[in-house]
Ligand binder design. Structure first.
Ligand code: FES
Length: 157
């Protein structure tokens, strides 16, 4: 199944091209755009982006699989990403991941049957001073506790 940007995304793509020095430099923001547009970075999206930028699909695939912020599989309406790197780990990230897994009834990498939540363990989210940290879609939540996570997820549910 082939994919294509909407007119709005296509205009954004054209704007991005003017802001970066070459086609390779613009790969990251275009992959973000593709993820926003298509929900995740599918194989079809990789071929499409490669065609738009005139670079090989292998190159685009390499970038998309290297960075954890690109979802190569569909995710739920809310993508709950909990950092498990050193600062968060020292402050109980593994415990919190287990807590969320139990609350949602999914293992890390899984999506709830209603498609509402996907749980992921990720590397440093760049907010180590306020660990433990999680990102839900575009929002950051910091200094997490079991209680604060429960309140956040209950509100989203
Ligand atoms: S270690 Fe968790 S945000 Fe950096």
């Amino acid at each position: 199944m082939s994919v294509a940007f909407s007119d709005t995304a296509r205009a954004e793509f054209e704007r991005l091209l003017t802001r970066y020095p070459d086609r390779e430099a613009v790969i990251l923001p275009v992959l973000h755009l593709a993820q926003r547009e298509f929900g995740f970075v599918s194989d079809e999206a990789i071929v499409y982006v490669a065609g738009l930028l005139g670079v090989s699909p292998a190159k685009i695939n390499g970038v998309a699989t290297f960075y954890t912020m690109y979802n190569r599989k569909p995710v739920g309406k809310y993508h709950v990403q909990i950092c498990r790197n050193i600062s968060c780990s020292l402050l109980g990230a593994e415990h919190l991941i287990g807590h969320v897994a139990g609350k949602l009834g999914v293992k890390p990498g899984g999506t709830t049957p209603d498609g509402k939540f996907t749980l992921s363990q990720v590397e440093c989210l760049g907010s180590c001073g306020t660990a433990p940290v999680m990102q839900v879609n575009d929002d950051y939540y910091e200094n997490l506790t079991e209680a604060s996570i429960d309140a956040i997820l209950d509100k989203l549910a």
